[in-house]
Design a protein around this ligand. Structure first.
Ligand code: 9MJ
Length: 671
């Protein structure tokens, strides 16, 4: 008995160490060395052992993230060291003034080295670690006194419950920002909308709101992340000489640090960093509202000191705001691919999120009614990242007298067909179908889009010209275009015409899932297109399938099945498909889905070159998870060679032996 207990105790310690290490590989280094499934297995093994030996459970065990009971309220916490605030700079001049003051005070003529960091737009927190164990998490509060949110910070996967390493300080206050990714925020709001719950205005409020939940089970469901950017109080820390080294130390402890942190030199270095991060801002997966520069040398920091709560050695150089106020001139309706009418706000142009915005979406009529937006209103406009600018709210105090609510038009503003609104649905639609120019244009845009037929160079402006000039009515007409016709269009020349014809030709070689998706059948997105292709293997079978057969496909319910059935029931749709095939559009036969796993059973694969969307290791795992085998060299027994960029000699061998060569996409289409 005792021996078994001792073995289990050792195994528990081993599992905790392994799990902490893999968490670090995943969240801090962004370079996991085991697949998620293996991580889950280790975690489960630990959970099982802890069920057997509950007295061996410790609060910093990787199983104990959500274990805390809901709290009745938030207790006050006094930070060991105050949490600082930052002075702001809004222009190059203000940045230069900051740098000048730093140099004046230090009596330095040389360029100062600054630790440069993106300024995360989330909620600042302080995490207290004692002998490496997370014992407390607190909000910033007024800088001196915050609120205890330990139960909630524990649920955030990128916050370690125990620091890594041997030489850990007795006490360490880690300062950083908890934030929500844009994607996580969008999903959270989408879910709230579906369930009639409260939505958040922006990711910052969503992150802050999530941390103020009493029940950690709710917080655990929120997609929160963490980056550390400094320290507060400490005891027993081996102090480095520079802020950048503190960050490196924190990283070594297993804390996540922004990968965009740099050390830059002088005001020019700061400005270049600001410009570079500004350029990347819209492609980041989270919101930042500026960059922070901190004098890197800690002896300089001490010499500079503070003015009240703000250090003289740091500045936040802010980006232009994401939200601005402006006047809404009018509300018009845009017609989408499926005929959906989207109310669009026409605005007094306003500079927001780094660009001038004069249109913003209002989503649908329910949204217009909910926000009670009217022409003449002063509204808050928001533009974050790549997303379409939207009207956030009306400033009701500024509403002029005699405004009128907007009503849904009875006829399509483009083709004049009746507008119909199905009871219970938020969207209203033009009933004109492909008779409506707007719907035709949008259908063509979708057909040509990257994830559909991927016709490079066929953008919205060109499609407008082709449709308005009556050159293109259906997708087939695209393949009938010749260079001369294209070259004659606005802003097109011989060269771009040649490129477009080449892109059209290239797009003909596609896959069945892409083609299905490109057809723009209502409710058939990429995933459904893939499921349909897998299930039926060929287009004709989908065409012939009745509602029952369609519903037997994974993820296809009665609504999708009805849309698919209705689509193929329209003669003109079938004609267009036949004409596309006659024009040379083709795809390899899909490997039929024999239920779930093992679709690649009995098949032998070899990988070569650099794959773009996964590492070779991941490709190998994927293939194996579907029952296939991966070997190192091409032989007569090889079924497929998966070929990425810059392939090695394996490609030539495969070609010599007549082995089928696949790209990543074709590989995916096999399972
Ligand atoms: C953010 N929000 O990303 C600081 N911050 O430093 C960074 N905030 C900060 N540093 C001292 N990167 C006070 C606040």
């Amino acid at each position: 008995m005792a021996a078994k207990r001792e073995n289990s105790r050792q195994r528990i310690a081993e599992l905790r160490e392994q799990l902490n290490f893999h968490n670090y590989r995943y969240y801090v280094l962004d370079d996991p060395v085991i697949p998620d499934s293996k991580y889950d297995r280790l975690l489960r093994e630990l959970q099982d052992l802890e069920v057997e030996y509950p007295d061996l459970i410790v609060p910093d065990s990787p199983t104990q993230r959500v274990g805390f009971e809901p709290v009745a309220g938030f207790a006050d916490v006094i930070h060991l060291e105050p949490m600082l605030s930052l002075e702001n700079a809004f222009s190059e001049e203000e940045l230069a003034a900051f740098d000048r003051k730093v140099r004046d005070r230090l009596k330095s003529d040389e360029d100062i080295e600054y630790a440069a960091e993106p300024k995360m737009d989330g909620a600042a927190v302080s995490l207290l670690y004692e002998k490496g164990v997370l014992v407390r998490g607190a909000t910033r509060g007024d800088g001196t006194r915050g609120e205890d949110i330990t139960h909630n910070v524990r649920t955030i996967p990128s916050i370690p419950l125990r620091l890594l390493g041997e030489a850990l300080p007795d006490v360490l206050e880690v300062r950083g920002e908890i934030f929500m990714s844009l994607e996580g925020f969008a999903e959270l709001n989408a879910e709230a909308r579906r369930e009639g719950g409260k939505t958040f205005v922006n990711p910052r409020n969503a992150a802050a709101g999530s941390l103020r939940q009493l029940d950690p089970k709710l917080t655990a469901k929120r997609p929160l992340e963490f980056y550390a950017y400094g320290i507060g109080g400490q005891r027993g820390l081996e102090f480095p000489e520079r802020h950048s080294e503190i960050l490196a130390t924190l990283r070594g402890f297993g804390l996540r640090i922004s990968p965009l942190n740099r050390v830059v030199s002088g005001v020019d270095g700061c400005q270049s960093y600001y410009d570079a991060i500004g350029k990347r801002r819209s492609s980041l997966s989270y919101e930042i509202d500026g960059v922070v520069f901190k004098v890197d040398r800690l002896d300089y920091q001490s010499a500079l000191g503070f003015v009240s709560r703000a250090p003289r050695w740091a500045v936040a150089y802010k980006f232009p705001a994401h939200e601005e106020m402006t006047v809404l001139r009018d509300i018009e309706f845009q017609v989408g691919r499926t005929g959906a009418l989207t109310p669009v706000a026409r605005l007094e142009p306003v500079f927001v999120g780094g660009v001038t915005v004069s249109n913003a979406t209002l989503h649908n009529m329910d949204e217009v009614a909910r926000k009670d937006v009217r022409p003449g209103d002063t509204v808050v406009i928001r533009r974050a990242g790549d997303v379409i600018p939207e009207v956030v709210s009306v400033v009701t105090e500024k509403r002029p007298r005699k405004t009128r609510p907007v009503v849904l038009p009875r006829h399509c503003p483009v083709c004049g067909s009746d507008v119909v609104r199905v009871e219970g649905e938020a969207v209203a639609r033009c009933s004109g179908g492909l008779y409506c120019r707007a719907q035709r244009k949008e259908s063509l845009r979708h057909f040509a889009s990257r994830r559909a037929m991927d016709i490079e160079g066929l953008g919205a402006k060109l499609i407008d010209q082709l449709v308005d000039g009556d050159l293109v009515h259906t997708p087939v007409d695209l393949y009938r275009l010749d260079e001369e016709t294209i070259a004659g269009l606005d802003r097109m020349g011989q060269k771009s015409a040649k490129n477009l014809v080449r892109a059209l030709e290239k797009s003909k070689h596609t896959t069945l899932p892409r083609f299905l998706y490109a057809l723009g059948i209502r409710e058939v997105g990429e995933a459904t297109a893939k499921s349909l292709a897998k299930h039926f293997g060929e287009l004709d079978a989908i065409r012939r399938a009745d509602l029952d057969e369609l519903q037997s496909v994974e993820d296809v319910g009665p609504i999708v099945a009805t849309h698919v059935d209705a689509f193929f029931g329209q003669r003109h749709n079938v004609e267009v498909i036949d004409q596309l095939v006659a024009a040379g559009v083709e795809w390899p036969r899909e490997q039929r889905d024999s239920k779930s796993r093992g679709r690649l059973k009995g098949k032998t694969f070899v990988l070569t070159g650099t794959l773009s969307e996964m590492t070779r290791e991941e490709a190998k795992e994927l293939i194996e998870s579907h029952g296939g085998k991966v070997t190192g060299s091409v032989s007569g027994k090889t079924d497929y060679l998966v070929c990425g960029a810059d392939p090695g000699s394996k490609l030539a061998t495969a070609q010599k032996l007549g082995v089928t060569v696949l790209d990543e996409e074709q590989l995916r289409s096999l399972y």
